[in-house]
Design a protein around this ligand. Structure first.
Ligand SMILES: C=C(O[C@@H]1C=C(C(=O)O)C=C[C@H]1O)C(=O)O
Length: 311
């Protein structure tokens, strides 16, 4: 189906996303986020921009269910695993993290900070951070969108705007995750490293902050169950109420299987002999990553959201 945008602006990519609902929404964004400064071209990740369909917001509100949100979390596992697999091929100790390694338009900081900041500034211009799904690592530096502001359906309580734990995510990613993830040595392609880190951080941030949607859906399903714990500001009880151990066990098994599948190194010779499977990263690493901080941080976001839900 050709849209008016496709006819007049062929360079724009027309992509589709689901937003809790099986019915896709058509959006467009500039797809030439060329990070030539680091010799890499990075395509924008999918996020809603001005919708071309009418009355779509009703569809979103009807599809705002815990099951649909969980399905989105499952889809996001792929992005997280693939971005970590890409990053794992480069060495950990990189000049991309050295604040004094490069002169970057007067920017004071590391190449990876520069890459994330510039990426967010560019994406902000097409409305990425107007979406409740997206959270910037440098929100104080974002320019105003140049596209018409889309009135997204308000599925979250306004308290969601005050929750952004990206600083915590950044610190854990560089201090805890990377040293365990990266096994490659002497592959310090700092431009590629900065691009891969950007994608990893953005995928993890989106998944963890999805805790807001999960918390809202759980609150709407059983408000009275949460209200007394919220009024008592009982974080421990809120965490108990929102924790679902059977779901967590399934998440761990699924991400480990996906890591085995996506990260498998297949070696076959001319005689069709297939060597024993090896993996780009240990599949159990991904399961441990989810258990030790992706899911705990997602629950932390849920607790923070619920504590503010009755404001
Ligand atoms: C996201 C949810 O809330 C909690 C966090 C989970 C996660 O981060 O994967 C899974 C189950 C719950 O303990 C959910 O119930 O689906």
């Amino acid at each position: 189906m050709e849209t008016m945008f496709q006819l007049h602006q062929p360079h724009l990519d027309i992509k589709f996303i689901s937003y809790f609902s099986p019915k896709p929404v058509i959006f467009f964004y500039q797809n030439s986020l060329s990070m030539t400064r680091c010799g890499m071209t990075m395509s924008a990740s999918s996020f809603p921009a001005p919708s071309l369909s009418i009355g779509y917001s009703d569809q979103i509100c009807k599809s705002f269910t815990l099951d649909n949100i969980r399905n989105s979390l499952i889809q996001q596992e792929d992005s997280i695993i693939f971005s970590l697999l890409e990053r794992a091929q480069y060495s950990h100790d990189s000049c991309a993290y050295d604040n004094d390694a490069f002169f970057l338009d007067g920017f004071k900081g590391s190449l990876v900070q520069y890459m994330v900041l510039q990426n967010e500034k560019l994406h902000s211009q097409v409305g990425r951070y107007n979406s409740a799904e997206e959270h910037a690592f440098f929100p104080e530096y974002l320019p105003q969108p140049m596209l018409p502001h889309l009135q997204y359906p308000q599925v979250l309580h306004h308290c969601a705007d005050s929750i952004n734990i990206n600083t915590q995510i950044w610190n854990i990613y560089f201090k805890d995750l990377l040293p365990k993830l990266v096994t490659a040595r002497n592959n310090d392609e700092c431009g590629s490293i900065a691009v891969c880190d950007t994608l990893c951080l953005q995928a993890l941030s989106k998944r963890i902050h999805y805790g807001k949607f999960v918390a809202e859906a759980k609150f709407q399903d059983a408000p009275s169950e949460y209200e007394s714990a919220i009024k008592a500001k009982d974080r421990k009880l809120l965490l108990e109420l929102l924790t679902c151990e059977t779901v967590e066990a399934l998440v761990k098994k699924r991400v480990e299987l996906k890591a085995k599948s996506f990260g498998q190194v297949v070696k076959i010779d001319e005689a069709d002999n297939v060597a024993n499977s090896t993996y780009k990263i240990k599949p159990s690493f991904i399961a441990n990553l989810y258990e030790n901080w992706v899911m705990p941080l997602t629950k932390e976001v849920q607790v923070e959201y619920l504590l503010r839900r009755l404001e």
